[in-house]
Write a protein that binds this ligand. Sequence first.
Ligand code: CDP
Ligand code: MG
Length: 687
Amino acid sequence: MAFWKPGTVAPGSTIDRETGNEDALAASSANQYAHLSLTSQRQRLPVYKQRTKLLHLVERYPVLIVVGQTGCGKTTQIPQYLFEAGWAAQGRVIGCTQPRRVAATSVAARVAQEVGSLLGDEVGYTIRFEDLSSPTRTRIKYMTDGMLFREAMLDPLLSKYSVIMIDEAHERSSYTDLLLGLLKKVRKKRPELRLIVSSATIDAQAFLNYFNSNIDGADRTQDDAAIISLEGRMYPVEVAYLDEPVTDYVRAAVKAVLDIHLKMPAGDILIFLTGREEIDRCAEDITEQMYDLPAGASKLLPLPLHAGLTSEQQLFVFEPAPAKTRKVVISTNIAEASITIDNIRYVIDSGFVKLRTFNPSTGMDRLTVTGASLASLNQRAGRAGRTSAGKCFRLFPEPALAKLPKSTPPEICRSDISLFLLQLKALGIDNVLRFDYLTPPPSVMLARALEFLYSLKALDDYGRLTRPLGMRMAEVPVDPMMAKILLDSDEFSCSQEILTIAAMTSVQNVFVTGEGGEGAICEIEKRKFTAEEGDHLTLLNVYNAFTGPGKQSAKWCHSHRLNFRALSRAISIRGQLRKYLQRFDIPIISCGEEESQIRKCLVSGYFKNAAKMQPDGTYQSLRDRASLSVHPSSVMFTRVAPTGYVIFHEVIETTKSFMRDITVVDQDWLKEYSGGYYTSRASQRAK
Ligand code: CDP
Ligand code: MG
């Protein structure tokens, strides 16, 4: 049952403005929370001491930049203080954006628990394909930055929000950057709207300057923005390095875990690796090593933390370790700042991160593992010093620091921005070159993205959004290529099948993998669904088998080494995408046996991601002749494309550039359905 009384307190009325009397507020909140078991925990967080000042500043300054150590309570507490001060009265909503889905869902769950609300009631969240919020009852809404940006397409002034907190702004995700620009515009029309920009690091000055300057040079009599710094207490963290570089940092991490476990005092461990595969391998290795621990030694509890986890799985990492057990959280950089886990005393840092970067030679994004920035390393080490003095073990020699960048460049300056430009245009911001970017993307990337949108027919000869195609592409919650494929699918008479493929490519890890004998079983099971034409049709086969009569059981999935959760999620996503097609009056038809229709349709969106097979079995990207390989997870890994041509969903770069989700296509289709992408005239015109 909720304890809130929405709408009873007006903004500012709990604060004695003359004296800024904290006691009055403390007393009133103490009463308010008397029956809450988590109250004491809430009030101990560092941000609590400054809540009166914070609330004052929110009233005085339309834009408040909040800087504070990770874990000081910015994300979970500030929206609650705002609520208590009445900012959600009269049906208004306090919104808080996160760059990461995992952060949005776990923080919302925590805050709902703190206030005694059911998740999805007073406190809710919205992430892509998952909405756990109520349009009428939710007062504090956590969401990914991308979802708020989408909301602006339906309600350009974001009129239901009284305060919007752009959290983790230091991460500089593309949507965060775009939201800052958008909200700066919205603020001119809605001066009463309050913005809070929160950042874990101290580069707040850039945000301040941005909001205190006008691109149009208009006069201003007073500053819009101010900074408040919430000092959290930090204990010293001792940093140690390896003498020599290692070739396998996962193995080095496991060794470090054992060293800590056998030689050092109690305290949990947090490991930073770059992705799911590494994390799973590390967790398995730790589990194996546990058998060799001396009799009587306390146990190790490895816990993975990455974006692929379900909401329930994420919650494990926050649970205190059982008695005589040391928790080992193995994480991507999610745990760097977005998520705080208590009681971490030791950090083991690979020094690497997986980043999305634009590869000018292929004209598409790649995911690459690269050295983390100095700012990241610092932030990671800091995770060890929250509750007591800590230690950070860096799995590389100290001189390697000299080669690392000071900070990570903003995502909008290093990744494919076609989706963002499409959405900006859908918001009516036609001149995307003149948008007030916090950091403008390089002009070559803007040009490439516009050219690509033109070839997808989302833009016309004048660079305007086409209607209805371009407008709808911006609206459907999948990337522009898949959006085009979906919206065209009725022309190829295969919307039924494409809906499934779009849903299946939106979920991760459909196939279970394993090591040794189990790995072989997984392979054999996968073969039962494999289509010669590639991964997209294989995914379609899996979905159809799963949804066939009487098949939707976890047991069936287990016996076929399929991920039940992933498939259940695909059903839900398919349903949501289906609603878009229905709203657009796109008939849902099946191509029956004519599977080539599906592959043609895929070409109509994926033509940019096309590659030609080479005599040695590797591939070359069609447009720029970059060398590409088949990812081992693809069914094409052990097959050759009879036509010599394939299209693919994305490129992952590790030791090589690997194509993922691959389908065999005909060369003629690439000419016919690529909107002139492979002829220079079209690209000239778009520029
Ligand atoms: O946003 P910031 O990094 O300043 O801190 P926060 O996310 O608001 O976290 C404040 C406190 O709540 C930390 O001590 C977290 O460990 C705790 N917390 C938690 O226990 N479980 C969550 N799901 C989220 C936060
Ligand atoms: Mg936070």
